[in-house]
Ligand binder design. Structure first.
Ligand code: ZN
Length: 164
């Protein structure tokens, strides 16, 4: 087996997801991102796994909307109370995970930059232990690598650091 030097935990999955199909949320009308059935089955609470069926879903990207997943014909909807983890970009998400696989929060990433002086992605990952055990397809609500969320948290931290 070839040694994968890529820092990203699921590069294959990311390439596959490059062109997102969009669908509009039945509750708020905003566009959502397509999420594979496999991921949705892992994120919804166990009692509802059977209701997921076999189709793919969309994830509502609106922070104010309570809807998390909806099927393309809107016949099946899962809201914030029906998923196992808080959706990081939704209002009041607590905790706000930056890496779902290693359960590292946005706050921990920000602290790594501000209090522990991480200057790069690699240093922040080292300090927080994020992306050590990649299971993004099962654990991340988008089924995508957590890399981008961590990157956003680091950028946020740099802004806080330079602004104060
Ligand atoms: Zn919505």
């Amino acid at each position: 087996m070839e040694n994968n030097m890529n820092h990203c935990c699921c590069s294959e999955n990311q390439i596959e997801n490059k062109s997102y199909k969009k669908g509009n949320c039945p509750a708020c009308g905003k566009e959502g991102n397509l999420v594979k059935n496999y991921t949705v089955k892992h994120i919804v609470v166990e009692e509802l796994t059977e209701e997921v069926g076999s189709s793919d879903y969309y994830l509502c990207m609106n922070e104010d909307c309570d809807v998390v997943y909806y099927s393309s014909d809107s016949s099946t909807i899962f809201n914030k109370q029906q998923v196992k983890v808080p959706i990081w970009f939704k209002k009041d998400a607590n905790p706000k995970y930056a890496c779902y696989c290693s359960q590292v929060t946005e706050e921990q990433v920000i602290k790594a930059v501000i209090e522990k002086g991480a200057k790069s992605m690699a240093e922040a990952l080292e300090i927080t232990g994020a992306m050590k055990n990649p299971q993004c397809r099962e654990k991340n609500p988008l089924g995508k690598c957590c890399h981008q969320i961590i990157q956003n948290a680091i950028e946020k931290a740099f802004k806080i650091k330079s602004g104060s």
